[in-house]
Ligand binder design. Structure first.
Ligand SMILES: Cc1ncc(COP(=O)(O)O)c(C=O)c1O
Length: 475
């Protein structure tokens, strides 16, 4: 994708220019490109236009562009101006372990429901690096997490209406490590755990690894079946229930306040502890009232949070919020898994949470546009497929007219598109009519993906399903 960036946008983003103007301008431009505020491979304004817009001389802008090129943040193209880039070019976006055909460079990966970094992340890293020296005289182990990050997280719960003190927060290496710690703390061999189906599969692996026996309760594309959940809680009296009430992965569903109340009461009757995964809780894409956190409806609940979806998966920082009196148990469980999350990334997350875009507004705006582009293209090109446009989260959960999701995934793979069939999210098998389509890539990629989906679907032409493709799923 390539185009040019309006001069007024560049001038706005650059803002105040530190003296001397030529190097100040180069530094500001490098910073906004590194932060993802200006897209890559786009033509910068002509030197004359930018000079006029910023009230600088043309020579100053020419020198600034020269410095920018030397630093690797721009490249000149013969006869067509100066283009944005990052030093070394963009790195490969995903690990080879995730691709069915690792050597195929052109593969588009729609198997990972995780967005690109939120704009401003490079600056947050720079600020964190500046704050790091204060920690270097100590040993660097913070098994509970940096105090300032724990307080920033506690504050977010308070602002969501859930009284929380920082000593209830335990910082982990991602939400998945928080789930593993919770499983270790709460579960032993043979204990039953209620899970939704479909569900995020890596969480189920963590629960099973702790020895738990999984009891799955179906979640329909239209919502939770609370009668079935109440019956399961009554009959199985599970020790724990792993729940994703906020933009559930993969369905994108949101449990409303009344449903939370009812489920909270059923959990209390069964003496079941909820492990509430709020990984997607910040990803509201509509202006609708936001329900209170599930822990406000279930006082024994353990809440899992994460930064991967609102900010960036590469941070690998998540957390647990535990009820008063249970901190020791969870700290001990955590120490059997790892000894703390990296300090630099904790500082980065503190910067992000306490900064001007602490609610990930920019990430949400981007996701909203991408969601609408994907939903629109699918409705037009594949009108037989059924899906609800979710009010938040990262994916469309699509029901095909026939149970051929695995065959569709194989056909797509042949054409360079990786998608995840519904069976991957089915803890007890099934869901062969569903595919999960994340809207986490730029709109142009999503439209290209719908072209491939359409061709692959047409090529299937009445054929039956095949064995599930073997996949590693991350997000
Ligand atoms: C529901 C859910 N929980 C946990 C995770 C893992 O998150 P993290 O990257 O913070 O470990 C994911 C990732 O997709 C998820 O969807």
């Amino acid at each position: 994708m390539s185009g040019s960036i309006p001069t007024s946008r560049v001038a706005n983003l650059v803002g105040e220019i530190p003296a001397p103007a030529f190097s100040g301008l180069a530094t500001r431009l490098a910073s906004v490109i590194a932060d993802g505020l200006l897209p890559l491979d786009q033509r910068l304004p002509s030197e004359r236009d930018l000079a006029t817009a910023l009230g600088l001389s043309r020579t100053t802008v020419t020198r600034a562009y020269g410095m920018l090129r030397e630093a690797g943040y721009a490249a000149a193209r013969q006869g067509s101006g100066t283009w944005t880039r990052v030093p070394g070019g963009p790195a490969r976006g995903h690990d080879r372990a995730l691709l069915p055909q690792p050597d195929r460079a052109s593969t588009m990966d729609l198997s990972c429901a995780a967005p690109a970094a939120v704009p401003g992340l490079a600056s947050a890293y720079a600020a964190a690096a500046a704050a790091l020296p204060a920690y270097l005289t100590g040993h660097g182990y913070f098994p509970l997490g940096l105090p300032e990050l724990r307080e920033a997280i506690a504050d977010r719960y308070r602002r969501r209406g859930l009284p929380t003190s920082s000593d209830q927060v335990l910082v982990t290496s991602g939400a998945i490590a928080a789930i593993a710690a919770a499983a270790q703390a709460l579960l032993g061999p043979g204990d039953r755990v209620l899970v939704e189906s479909p569900v995020y599969p890596n969480a189920v692996t963590s629960l099973r690894r702790a020895g738990a026996r999984v009891v799955a309760v179906p979640v329909d594309p239209d919502g939770w079946d609370l009668d079935a959940m109440e019956a399961s809680l009554r009959q199985a009296a599970p020790r724990a229930a792993y729940l994703i009430p906020d933009y559930q992965n993969p369905t994108g569903l949101l449990l409303n306040d009344d449903q939370r109340d009812r489920l909270g009461a059923a959990l209390a009757r069964a003496r079941t502890v909820a492990i509430v995964d709020e990984s997607h809780a910040d990803l509201h894409l509509e202006q609708l009232p936001v329900p209170a956190p599930m822990a406000a409806h279930s006082s024994s609940a353990i809440t899992v949070g994460g930064s991967s979806k609102a900010f960036w998966g590469g941070l690998r920082v998540g957390w647990l919020r535990v009820p008063h009196g249970r901190q020791q148990l969870f700290t001990r469980a955590r120490l059997g898994l790892d000894l703390g999350a990296p300090i630099l990334e904790q500082l980065v997350l503190t910067e992000l949470l306490t900064g001007p875009d602490g609610d990930a507004h920019q990430q949400r705006a981007r996701l909203r546009a991408q969601r609408d582009a994907l939903a629109g293209a699918l409705a037009e090109r594949l009108p037989d497929w059924r899906f609800r446009v979710p009010a938040g989260g990262l994916s469309l959960w699509c029901e095909l007219p026939r149970p051929v999701a695995a065959a569709l995934a194989v056909e797509c793979e042949r054409r360079g598109l990786v998608i995840t069939p519904g069976s991957v999210f089915a803890p007890e098998g099934g869901l062969a009519s569903f595919v999960r389509l994340p809207y986490t890539r730029p709109e142009a990629d999503l439209l290209a993906a719908v072209d491939v989906l359409h061709t692959a679907w047409t090529a299937l032409d009445g054929r039956h399903d095949v064995a599930d493709p073997v996949r590693i799923l991350i997000a």
